[in-house]
Ligand binder design. Structure first.
Ligand SMILES: *Cc1c(COP(=O)(O)O)cnc(C)c1O
Length: 217
């Protein structure tokens, strides 16, 4: 029998979609087991957890790309700046500036995605289309030489209503298409990645479908 991971990996590969395995709350041993099945990109949503997994001796030397997918506070950028490969949730100019500053200190260029607000929920972070347009067109953004805005990220409303989800993803895809310089459109999680891919996602963030349900802590 194929594992969940193998199945999801094949589903993404067949559609040329980048799979980010979201390993939050999962142990180093669990991550290692998925790594050994071929996964090289892992994502976490908390800075401290990301750092401790990156530093864990079992994972530290591996050819792993670490992504941060959750909300990032400016005062924590410095902890991940030495090694993070992609930051998915950037939603302010202030945060872009801080990432740029910390990237410069580490002699790196850090890749980021702008998080766009597409859900009908009030708790989600993100920029409106208008704010994102302004940020992308801003000369001050272009002056930040140590960051590279690689694409956009969005989360759909947590709902059973498939047409609602589809509409939200499709609106983000339409917006994304206006910016030819952007490469990644990060949308889709365990429950909605198939819809997201049908609507044009090329990067999905999948946790529980690979690792099993998370324990509530
Ligand atoms: C936890 C998380 C995911 C993965 O969620 P699953 O439903 O377990 O696939 C994706 N994106 C973000 C930002 C997350 O915090």
């Amino acid at each position: 029998m194929m594992s969940n991971y193998t199945e999801i990996k094949k589903y993404c590969e067949d559609r040329m979609v980048t799979l980010v395995a979201i390993s939050k709350t999962k142990t180093v041993a669990e991550i290692l087991s998925v790594y050994e099945q071929g996964q090289k990109i892992f994502g976490e949503n908390k800075v401290q957890e990301l750092v401790s997994k990156f530093e864990s001796p079992l994972l530290n030397k591996k050819d792993i790309e670490w992504h941060l997918v959750g909300h990032l506070q400016t005062n924590k950028v410095k902890f991940i700046a030495p090694f993070v490969s992609l930051i998915h949730g950037v939603d302010s100019f202030k945060l872009l500036e801080e990432i740029n500053k910390q990237a410069e200190k580490n002699n790196r260029i850090i890749n980021v995605l702008l998080q766009i607000y597409i859900a009908q929920e009030e708790t989600k972070f993100g920029l409106s289309f208008e704010e994102a347009t302004a940020l992308l067109g801003n000369e001050k953004s272009a002056d930040l030489k140590n960051i590279c805005i690689k694409g956009l990220m969005g989360m759909a409303t947590l709902t059973e209503n498939e047409s609602q989800i589809r509409k939200e993803f499709s609106s983000l895809k339409n917006f994304f298409t206006e910016f030819h310089e952007l490469k990644f459109l990060s949308m889709g999680m365990s429950g909605d990645h198939k819809i997201a891919i049908e609507e044009g996602s090329n990067m999905v963030r999948i946790g529980s479908a690979i690792f099993g349900e998370r324990n509530l802590v």
